[in-house]
Design a protein around this ligand. Structure first.
Ligand SMILES: Cc1cc2nc3c(=O)[nH]c(=O)nc-3n(C[C@H](O)[C@H](O)[C@H](O)COP(=O)(O)OP(=O)(O)OC[C@H]3O[C@@H](n4cnc5c(N)ncnc54)[C@H](O)[C@@H]3O)c2cc1C
Length: 597
């Protein structure tokens, strides 16, 4: 079925939950106002519905083709990409100095949400290009930026992120790709990378690879990794130092695609094995300092982690729309004495499933946009507390929102019954496509470890305690309104925050055995996301009630309140159980290998 861009829902979340209004009021983005934000989202929505959504099913069926080192994307993709880049969608949040629109990450997040809902295989590629722009802006020297940024910002060229090798996935300390100084300021790169998204394709005439590699005398482990820019085609004006030139691509570099993966989903997105240096070695330029490559790559990865969580939101939205339409049409079962079979949407169990889908998607959207807001305040406003908040929320967004998307897509299949399991309806594609989001950009297990061992303990847990205080304020405000439409939202979310607070205290307690903390990492992250999602939905519900109080009769406001209430009373109730798993579940893991006997 088709896709309807949820412009109003997104705008509501941006304004009333994530704080776009306050960001505009504080003058962080010159010239940005409500009208501009709406116009941008409406145009992005129209592009999603009209250009990208029609590519989704045929792209899935046909997939990418690989022959003689070349990759062909499905029909329609090159033309859609050209239109996408020409319309400026790649450059929404990039700085104006480099040809970008200089708009908030929040608005770029909204654009990317809709484009990814329409066709995730299309939306995935630009995530890497935009991440490479961030990495070059933060770490590239002037010559590298001047040569490569204009075309990466415009989307004339795409970029890739090359971390994974056959023996080095989550554990990048094991990576072996080599970089040797050539004596002229460039390096020669040799090695093999696997699973490289858009490593090769027919969308643009050059591809800029950002590659992690080791210098000859580099220390072992992750402190001996450097980052290099390695183009598919070398600068055409012959300048060897990567400085400014006419920008035209020239001779082929010593890089080739050796094949593409055959995957569960995302068939229209090329996932490539890349070979660097069959001959003399691929020519590359150092980005940032030697042996500091992982830190540089984290600039790219952090943005990609937000985008990956957002993919969960996008597919959740798509699956919700599809399941709702099916549930309104499909008739099974009678209600009361009525002899006619009723649309399945009337059955309480199906309503629960549909509401679970909608509530999880809305909660994940709120978490993702709040993270984007923290990034905007940190980057535009130089706000240190916002930087800490963004750091803390990034693994939560990546893992909680991707898992929400997977759960929602799976429930979407359930609503379709047997028709969900056959490919005809398209419900299965959503699950196949979104399933990878808990795996790539650092598995969700790795996100949980990052949260518990690095982000949470920073400053003695100051960032999480600040968030908890903010969120308790929202629950208190709900208690004070005493609105019947909120039901038991305030007490249930109060309990969820108490559970999060207790689990946080337990993890931060002095002398906690590291393995016990690691054993509780994934349930803790789930608890964090669950509580955050519920409180943010409640914030939206309070705003909706206030608008209703001012006489706004928009039925979407009632739905907003009802969704928040459903989440609080039906989903957030899992929070105390998750806290008990964190604090009391480790002992059963200490049985060692015998547990698998
Ligand atoms: C479609 C697709 C696109 C991709 N695109 C890119 C790309 O563009 N660039 C790129 O570089 N890579 C890319 N990847 C690779 C992806 O990032 C890796 O698959 C991912 O990081 C996991 O690594 P792995 O597959 O080696 O799994 P492993 O690291 O082998 O992990 C296997 C399991 O063990 C767990 N695990 C591993 N280490 C630990 C630990 N220390 N503690 C607890 N649990 C642990 C993991 O959570 C996981 O469940 C892509 C992958 C796919 C499928």
């Amino acid at each position: 079925m088709g896709f309807k861009a949820p412009v109003d829902d997104i705008l509501f979340t941006l304004r009333h939950v994530a704080g776009l209004t306050e960001v505009m009021r504080d003058g962080l983005f010159d010239g940005l106002d409500d009208d501009l934000a709406r116009a941008l989202l409406e145009q992005a929505g129209a592009f999603a519905e009209g250009v990208l959504a029609p590519l989704n099913r045929p792209g899935d069926r046909m997939g990418v083709r690989f022959a003689d080192g070349a990759v062909r994307t499905p029909p329609g993709f090159p033309e859609a990409y050209r239109r996408w880049a020409e319309a400026g969608w790649n450059a929404v949040a990039a700085p104006e100095d480099w040809g970008g629109a200089g708009l908030p990450v929040m608005l770029n997040t909204a654009v990317m949400e809709m484009h990814t809902s329409a066709c995730m295989a299309f939306g995935l590629g630009p995530v890497l290009t935009q991440g490479a722009v961030d990495a070059l802006l933060a770490h590239g020297d002037a010559a590298l930026r001047e040569r490569w940024l204009p075309r990466l910002v415009s989307g004339a060229w795409t970029a890739t992120m090359n971390l994974t090798e056959p023996q080095a996935g989550s554990d990048l300390a094991l990576l072996r790709t080599r970089a040797v100084p050539a004596g002229d300021g460039t390096y020669r790169i040799t090695g093999q990378k696997i699973f490289i998204t858009c490593g090769e394709h027919d969308l643009t005439d050059n591809i800029v690879h950002l590659v992690l590699a080791r210098l000859p005398d580099a220390p072992a482990g992750t402190r001996g990794i450097s980052l290099f820019l390695v183009p598919k085609r070398l600068p055409g004006d012959g300048s060897a130092n990567g400085g400014p030139g006419d920008g035209a691509p020239g001779a082929m570099n010593d890089v080739r695609c050796a094949g593409v993966e055959h995957k569960l989903g995302l068939h229209a997105s090329p996932t490539c094995t890349m070979v660097f240096g069959d001959g003399e070695g691929a020519v590359g330029w150092l980005v940032g300092e030697e042996n500091r490559g992982l830190a540089c790559m984290f600039t790219m990865m952090n943005r990609a982690r937000l985008a990956t969580g957002l993919q969960g939101v996008s597919i959740g939205e798509r699956a919700c729309q599809q399941a709702l339409a099916y549930a309104r049409e499909r008739r099974q079962g009678r209600v009361g004495s009525d002899p006619e079979a009723r649309p399945i949407i009337e059955h309480p169990d199906v309503r629960r499933t549909l509401l679970t889908m909608r509530a999880l998607t809305a909660a994940a959207r709120a978490v993702a946009y709040v993270t984007a807001e923290a990034i905007d305040r940190a980057e535009r406003g130089g706000d240190a507390a916002a930087r800490e908040r963004a750091d803390l929320l990034t693994p939560v967004t990546k893992a909680f929102c991707s898992e929400a998307g997977i759960e929602v897509a799976s429930l979407g299949i359930q609503v379709h019954g047997g028709m969900g399991f056959v490919e005809e309806t398209g419900a299965a594609q959503h699950l196949r496509d979104v399933r990878v989001t808990s795996i790539y950009e650092g598995t969700n297990g790795i996100q949980a470890i990052d949260l518990v061992t690095r982000k949470l303990p920073r400053g003695g847990g100051a960032a999480v305690r600040r968030l908890l205080a903010d969120w308790r304020g929202i629950v208190e405000a709900a208690r004070r309104t005493d609105a019947a439409a909120l039901g038991a939202s305030a007490p249930r979310l109060g309990e969820a925050l108490d559970a999060l607070g207790a689990a946080t205290d337990w993890l931060l307690a002095e002398g906690r055995a590291p393995d016990d903390a690691l054993a509780g990492a994934s349930p803790f992250l789930r608890l964090f996301g669950l509580a955050a999602g519920g409180v943010l939905l409640l914030k939206g519900a309070l705003a909706a009630l206030a608008l209703q109080g001012d006489g706004d009769r928009n039925p979407a406001l009632r739905a907003t309140v009802a969704t928040a209430r459903f989440y609080a009373e039906n989903l957030a109730t899992a929070a105390p159980g998750l806290a008990r798993t964190v604090t009391g579940g480790a002992a059963s893991l200490r049985l060692g290998p015998d547990v698998f006997a």
